[in-house]
Design a protein around this ligand. Structure first.
Ligand code: U2F
Length: 571
């Protein structure tokens, strides 16, 4: 069964049938494989598969349906966006490899058939139980499901996972709040638990990080790549001619002084006029040939668009250095056409923030392209620097399987979310001006104390509470930033456990009043006014929220090296 790990998920090559272990026994079978984490420590991949956990899953790819206008498919071979396709292919493959029963729909008709709602244009409630344990779809698919399931969608929405490339922040997700406070966009406002949105990169931890897979090289391949690198060869990131437009000439000239410049820009008959004559344009390449080109090249250079695609990870995995522009001021839905209407206020400080923050030097260099001296110095440094091929563990086959399996096993949005639990917090010390507080462990009260009927089973917290680290942000700082600056990650699932007076007391916060309100920056307090506020609407717990006047209570957690989605005790 280990051969399934040979599958290059992006290419959906089926070397193996679904894993056989699911058919045999009710006792947990532990498939353990030694793997190398990016930091070269040996880590084990655990996949505990129980018979009862074989799920029936519907995958409805809304953006590829004719009914949504399907603008992507006609451009697949013409330089259009492929990142989303890469991710869907990997999700499908990973779910199959994990042994689940999949039904795949790419049209409204198929969707209706699978859901058992009568065909036609009107909405029809689903009368029986939902015939699926989980449904993976996207915003287009969600809209289509609403249209055809009517009110029954509300009843079943806890089973839905929304593949959402750039993410949805809680303030945009809460319909009433978004409408009242100016967060209403074309998307968002579905009142889901924000962790039901699954992103392509770990943006705000309010959403679940789904990711995708990039090809990982073995040691022999890595050695051969390093021996055959052409030190003065650069490949430009941009498969569509429009990505080469406007103001690129000056730095392309500088680059050309040092390096042979290659491109993979789509063209029909003639060379695109946007691509200078000195560029060796290969045209849009099949994936395999692009990989070969990247194996020879020393530099993969971004021009600022596309944002946050898979190609830089593939280039770095093939031993290239990725050079990209810094954005100052940062791009966001407030100031940039591409992000306008997206349900997030996230500020994007470079073309590929993941590459900058999670990988960084020597594999990634982020510079100001308007400063030609800085740009030229970066090219010179790249030519001097030797790098090894590198792929973060979370983007390997094993990393994706581990993460997705953990989500399927532990994320349950159908059970009532934990109400607000008093906990005994004690002081631990402080870090970088922010106060850090235990407990390292908060005992879960019994189900009656939690408000569940005594015969009901209280859900177990996941990530487990042993991973919780409570911290206070600076004024104006979000919990995303506050946790990151302490070396942790914000964990929205822990919010209910810190939204209480005990947490404020443990932090020795001076509150003249403690009230509870509906606002996405809560729980928080104002130092000036000595006012403390707790959160009244669980859907608005938000890692991303911030306010210049408030210091926030932040539930952080630890994470595994190379797998930010999972804490140490999460598996
Ligand atoms: C991103 O989408 P893109 O399709 O523009 O992302 P890229 O990073 O360019 O790469 C997508 C895939 O295209 C492949 C490459 C990647 O796997 O290996 N490819 C190829 O096969 N042949 C070539 O000649 C060149 C590339 C992002 F992913 C989307 O979410 C965004 O919507 C989009 C816009 O920001 O950018």
């Amino acid at each position: 069964s280990d051969c399934s790990f040979l599958i290059y998920l992006s290419e959906v090559e089926w070397f193996c049938p679904p894993l056989p272990w699911r058919n045999h026994t009710n006792t947990p079978t532990q498939h353990t494989q030694h793997i190398k984490s990016p930091k070269r420590q040996v880590r084990k991949l655990h996949l505990n598969i129980y018979d009862k956990e074989i799920l029936t899953i519907l995958i409805h790819v809304g953006f590829l349906t004719e009914e949504s206008g399907d603008v992507f498919s006609p451009k697949v071979l013409k330089g259009g966006p492929l990142g989303e396709m890469v991710q869907w292919a990997d999700i499908l493959t990973a779910l199959h490899v994990l042994g689940h029963n999949l039904k795949i729909s790419m049209s409204v008709k198929e969707l209706q058939g699978f859901l058992g709602v009568p065909p036609g244009r009107g909405s029809c409630p689903l009368t029986g139980p939902l015939p699926f344990d989980l449904i993976y779809t996207d915003y287009h698919g969600l809209q289509q499901m609403k249209q055809h399931m009517g009110l029954s969608l509300k009843k079943h929405k806890c089973h839905i996972r929304v593949i959402d490339t750039f993410g949805t922040e809680p303030a945009y997700n809460h319909e009433e709040y978004a409408t009242l406070h100016g967060y209403r966009t074309n998307w968002g406002y579905w009142n889901l638990n924000a962790r039901q949105y699954m992103t392509m990169f770990p943006h705000t931890p309010d959403n679940s990080f789904m990711g995708f897979v990039s090809e990982e090289l073995n040691e022999t391949e890595k050695r051969s790549i390093q021996q055959n690198k052409v030190n003065n060869m650069a490949v430009v990131y941009g498969k569509e001619a429009s990505m080469w437009k406007q103001g690129k000439e000056s730095f392309l000239e500088i680059l050309h002084r040092y390096m042979e410049v290659h491109g993979t820009v789509y063209y029909e008959t003639q060379r695109p006029p946007e691509v200078p004559a000195f560029v060796k344009n290969h045209g849009l390449l099949p994936q395999h040939e692009l990989q070969q080109l990247l194996r020879k090249a020393k530099l993969f250079i971004g021009f600022g668009f596309p944002y946050e695609g898979p190609a830089p990870l593939e280039a770095i995995a093939n031993g290239c250095i990725f050079l990209q522009p810094k954005f100052q001021p940062p791009h966001s839905s407030l100031n940039h056409e591409f992000f306008r209407g997206k349900p997030t206020s996230r500020q994007v400080f470079s073309q590929h923030p993941y590459a900058e923050q999670y990988i960084g030097r020597p594999h990634v260099m982020t510079v100001d392209y308007n400063n030609s001296l800085q740009f030229e110095a970066a090219i010179q440094e790249i030519m001097r620097t030797k790098v090894e091929p590198y792929l973060p563990y979370e983007y390997t086959c094993e990393g994706m399987l581990e993460r997705l399996h953990a989500y399927i096993q532990h994320q349950d949005f159908c059970v009532p979310q934990p109400p607000f639990i008093p906990a005994n917090f004690s002081r631990l010390g402080s870090a970088s001006g922010s106060r850090v507080i235990g407990p390292l462990f908060v005992p879960l009260p019994n189900s009656t104390a939690l408000g569940w009927a005594s015969n009901a089973t209280a859900p177990t917290a996941w990530p487990p509470l042993s991973s919780l680290r409570l911290l206070v942000s600076q004024e104006g700082q979000s919990c995303v930033e506050a946790c990151q600056s302490a070396g942790w990650i914000c964990e929205p699932a822990h919010f209910p456990f810190i939204n209480n007076k005990d947490a404020l007391r443990g932090l020795e916060v001076q509150c003249e009043v403690v009230d509870s309100e509906i606002n996405h920056i809560l729980p928080a307090f104002s130092v000036m006014r000595r006012e403390c506020s707790l959160q009244r609407e669980p859907l608005l717990f938000s890692c991303a929220g911030h306010s210049p006047k408030y210091r926030r209570l932040c539930p952080c957690r630890d994470f595994l090296g190379g797998q930010v989605a999972l804490c140490r005790d999460c598996l």
